[in-house]
Design a protein around this ligand. Structure first.
Ligand SMILES: [Zn+2]
Length: 134
């Protein structure tokens, strides 16, 4: 289990801008980097086009995985938004978590996004620390 992930403020802004641009639908993407530090944010189309559900477009996801490999980075996290949902991983998120990475839930309240990270294993989500640096 990984217990923390480091992102910088610019990456967080990039994510929240993207999420705002896809309101009221859920939006998603991947975080790649090294040693628990995110170096690249990759957006992946939400094939479900739904306000309460996300399914990564398999072709775009594959392309993103290739990019991560080509750049010798690791997949560190997967993020998606809950435009009007809970701050925590939903039962569906837990059931469908397919990768051993940190799952970031971006929830929206009063026009502000809040990011929380979870490690999902054995059908259980444990909160991890998201460290936001300058
Ligand atoms: Zn979710």
């Amino acid at each position: 289990m990984k217990s923390f992930l480091i992102l910088n403020k610019q990456q967080v802004h990039k994510i929240t801008d993207y999420l705002n641009g896809h309101m009221p639908m859920e939006a998603c993407g991947l975080l790649a980097g090294k040693n628990d530090r995110v170096e690249k944010v990759l957006f992946v189309r939400n094939q479900a086009q739904s306000p309460v559900r996300f399914v990564m477009d398999p072709y775009e996801q594959l392309k993103a995985f290739d990019w991560i490999d080509d750049n010798e980075l690791d997949l560190l996290g997967i993020f998606h938004s809950h435009p009007s949902g809970p701050e925590t991983a939903s039962p569906t998120d837990i059931a469908e978590a397919a990768y051993e990475v940190i799952h970031i839930i971006c929830s929206r309240k009063n026009g502000q996004w809040k990011l929380r990270g979870f490690w999902i294993e054995n059908r259980e989500a444990t909160e991890v620390t998201l460290q936001i640096v300058d």
